[in-house]
Design a protein around this ligand. Structure first.
Ligand SMILES: NC(=O)c1ccc[n+]([C@@H]2O[C@H](COP(=O)([O-])OP(=O)(O)OC[C@H]3O[C@@H](n4cnc5c(N)ncnc54)[C@H](O)[C@@H]3O)[C@@H](O)[C@H]2O)c1
Length: 252
């Protein structure tokens, strides 16, 4: 039985890393996937591969998120799953400076918070009315282990991800009574383009998973499988959960 047969699934940041892995899993389970990403070419390539649809979007812009949800629901009128996954991290340092709190300039705060936190909030804002209209849905947000554990180098990324965790809890309480489940994954270090350069640096890489009891970085599929589970009916009684996917880092 395919868990997402006839379901419309939107994945933001769907063209790379965990988002791309999730798109492939949702599609393999019958989902009609919308690959939404600021990298429109990569989104188009993946959508072609999995038989889905692509949508170029900057999640920092509310009007684009509104258009994304309308695009997803076009034809079927449905929106069953939203995986709010897009974010900028280390590899976007050319765009926004990511440093300690004393070194993060105001424009970086604004840029990172707009993408990593407001993008998630706007995604929920424009998905929920469509989900309500069809009697329910499932939202999974991608935060970070940095949101729930003190990790060196707190900056705008850490703060924005903390907001995602808080938003997840409050939306789960607000909308659970209307059959919309909202959950969150908190990945540890995962080998994706976001941090691959750090992992590949012998002077830095091993320190990134020194606190991970499993002794390694995770891979995109290991997070995507949890996100897909949370979005599926197999998780029908899971709501407001903040789930570390971190090889045990949070437990330490
Ligand atoms: N890689 C890690 O170690 C790690 C750890 C914890 C949390 N996360 C979180 O996991 C999620 C996925 O990250 P990843 O590691 O797969 O990274 P990734 O860089 O491989 O993928 C991120 C995707 O988001 C897209 N994106 C960036 N800005 C966007 C915007 N403004 N609008 C739309 N799309 C945008 C990128 O083009 C890219 O395709 C992110 O929320 C990230 O913060 C990553």
């Amino acid at each position: 039985m395919k868990r997402f047969a006839d379901k419309v699934v939107v994945v933001t940041g769907g063209a790379s890393g965990m988002g791309a892995a999730a798109c492939r899993l949702f599609a393999a389970e019958g989902g009609q996937v919308v690959v939404a990403d600021i990298d429109g070419d990569a989104a188009t390539r993946l959508a072609k591969e999995i038989g889905g649809r692509a949508f170029r979007i900057d999640v920092a812009r509310e009007n684009e998120i509104r258009d994304l949800m309308a695009f997803a629901a076009e034809g079927s009128g449905r929106l069953d799953v939203l995986f709010n996954n897009a974010a900028v991290g280390h590899s976007a340092t050319g765009r926004y400076k990511m440093a300690s709190i004393v070194d993060t300039p105001e424009d970086a705060w604004e840029g990172i918070v707009a993408i990593n936190m407001k993008g998630v909030a706007f995604g929920c804002k424009h998905a929920i009315p469509l989900m309500l209209a069809q009697g329910g849905g499932a939202i999974v947000n991608n935060a970070s282990i940095q949101a729930i554990k003190g990790i060196l180098g707190a900056d705008a990324y850490t703060c924005a991800k903390g907001g995602v965790v808080s938003l997840t809890r409050t939306l789960a309480v607000d909308w659970g009574p209307r059959n919309i489940r909202v959950n969150c994954v908190c990945p540890g270090p995962i080998a994706t383009p976001m941090i691959q350069d750090l992992l590949d640096d012998p002077a830095v890489g091993p320190s990134m998973y020194a606190d991970v009891p499993l002794g390694r970085a995770g891979c995109a599929e290991e997070v995507a499988k949890v996100a897909v589970f949370l979005a599926s009916d197999d998780a029908s009684y899971v709501n407001g959960a903040i789930v570390p996917v971190d090889g045990g880092m949070y437990a330490r």
